[in-house]
Design a protein around this ligand. Structure first.
Ligand SMILES: Cc1cc2nc3c(=O)[nH]c(=O)nc-3n(C[C@H](O)[C@H](O)[C@H](O)COP(=O)(O)OP(=O)(O)OC[C@H]3O[C@@H](n4cnc5c(N)ncnc54)[C@H](O)[C@@H]3O)c2cc1C
Length: 447
């Protein structure tokens, strides 16, 4: 039976376009529709999951065969104090829309992922991090209060001091502790919408770590692109980018209509060891020759990929996986070298591989991904067994190094790796709303 208010569709996909299948989706406009919709799913013996803009890569934002409530239209700003920078908004508001409302008043989100096309609810449910993690931590650090609808309690308000256990489970809680109706967030002041960005080429991992150490004090935003096709003497070479906000009073905004559309699903043969190596070599050379210091708009610093609509088609019609791990400081240097070596030997790997150090600002989230250490993120086209065998090899390295994978990017990690990486998972499981589930959770918890 299709629950009233829902329609069946197989068109809702995650960013990696894997896995695929039918979901029963409702698209409310008002937050007071949520209880009725969640109850309708329950009456049809289906679990329910709130979903946002579908920017998670794997199956944590999917509830295949079950019900999903698409929150994108529940997106009103409820209150904004432009003297303190505290905003309360419905969970479907995108970071893109939030920025256009608050940046003219000199405020910005406390941290931002590499795309502005995420909802507030999605950002909280994955406790997202950005290039300023070493200073600001993840978004959960700046969440003051949440309005959470639970099937067993109705709408409740939670904060670090009111129902702290449920709050801790909901930050990075993968949508499983209930439906977030609104988010109250502390923004940060900015004195310009532009940043000074410096790009520095590095020849290997030792240079990367030295740059990361040096820049942690001097720069608010740091990230590196890494050439994942290089081997031997140039293993781990890349471009280190570091940036600070300018103070020149400019207030110009981004434009969501501006950009180019990636036209086709790239055929599988276009992605091969040779084309990947060629791209990485050319990209490294071009970035190296760019001016070292640039005055850039936040759109160019934080969201370069948002200018290419549908870039996820680059990896072909079969979809792709993103692999993002974090490795503790003690084992980071050797484990990252081992990971990069395994990837370059496999001839798989991606155009965009990212390396960044995380700081020690602690998130309240029980399942929060960031922890002190180094995070490596890269994409693998879905080449069936070859991709799975490579990722299994990477899992072994991550596990041995005491690291963990990011659920927001995952569609295949084995339960044992999740449980080793997230020792608080059973404490978290006690806070899961009995009506909520996801494809990720069934795979990890019951798989
Ligand atoms: C190009 C790109 C770059 C990225 N860069 C980064 C990065 O730098 N750092 C980072 O941390 N992440 C990054 N991400 C991942 C992205 O930030 C997260 O996956 C984010 O959670 C996506 O938000 P969404 O609105 O699309 O939510 P969805 O992907 O639709 O859902 C994500 C999770 O949020 C839950 N959820 C959504 N809305 C609600 C709600 N109202 N109540 C309860 N639960 C809810 C869902 O159930 C699901 O578990 C990137 C993704 C892309 C595509």
């Amino acid at each position: 039976m299709i629950p009233p208010g829902y329609h069946p569709t197989d068109r809702k996909r995650s960013w990696g376009r894997l896995p695929r299948g039918l979901q029963y989706v409702a698209e409310p406009t008002f937050h007071d529709e949520i209880p009725r919709l969640a109850q309708a799913a329950g009456a049809a013996e289906m679990s329910v999951l709130a979903i946002g803009l579908g920017r998670s890569y794997g199956d944590s934002g999917l509830n295949l065969g079950q019900a999903a409530i698409d929150m994108r239209r529940v997106d009103r700003v409820m209150a904004f104090d432009w003297t303190t920078g505290v905003i309360r908004a419905e969970a479907g508001l995108s970071l893109s829309d939030l920025i256009t409302r608050v940046a003219p008043h000199g405020w910005f989100p406390p941290t931002t992922p590499g795309t502005r096309f995420v909802t507030l609810g999605g950002a909280v449910a994955n406790d997202v991090h950005g290039k300023n993690h070493h200073r600001a931590g993840s978004i959960g650090v700046s969440v003051r209060r949440l309005g959470l609808w639970r099937s067993d309690r109705g709408l409740i308000e939670i904060s670090p001091t009111e129902e702290p256990d449920l709050f801790a489970a909901t930050i990075g809680g993968l949508g499983l502790t209930g439906l977030i109706q609104w988010v109250e967030l502390q923004l940060v002041p900015i004195a310009s919408t532009h940043l000074d960005q410096e790009n520095i080429a590095f020849g290997g991992l030792d240079e990367f770590f030295a740059l990361a150490d040096e820049s942690a004090q001097s720069h608010e935003h740091t990230v590196s692109w890494i050439d994942c096709a290089s081997r031997g003497a140039s293993l781990g070479r890349g471009i280190f980018s570091r940036a600070n906000w300018r103070t020149d009073g400019r207030r110009d905004l981004h434009d969501d209509a501006k950009g180019i559309t990636f036209p086709i699903d790239l055929p599988g043969f276009a992605l091969n060891p040779l084309s990947l190596k060629l791209f990485n070599t050319v990209y490294y050379g071009r970035q190296k020759s760019k001016p070292a210091l640039q005055d850039l708009h936040y759109e160019q610093v934080f969201y370069p990929l948002d200018a290419i609509f549908g870039w996820n088609r680059l990896y072909g019609a079969g979809g792709f996986y993103q692999y993002q791990c974090v490795i503790p400081p003690e084992t980071a240097r050797d484990a990252v070298a081992e990971l990069l070596d395994a990837i370059s030997r496999s001839g798989q790997g991606s155009f965009l591989a990212v390396l960044k150090t995380f700081g020690d600002v602690v998130s309240p989230g029980l399942l929060s991904f960031p922890r002190p250490g180094v995070t490596l993120a890269l994409d693998f086209a879905n080449r069936g067994d070859a991709a799975h065998m490579l990722m299994a090899r990477l899992d072994d390295i991550v596990l041995a190094a005491g690291g963990r994978l990011y659920p927001a990017k995952d569609g295949r990690m084995p339960p044992v790796l999740f449980k080793a990486g997230y020792p608080e998972w059973s404490r978290f499981a006690r806070q899961v709303d009995p009506a909520c589930s996801s494809s990720f959770w069934r795979r990890i918890h019951h798989g």
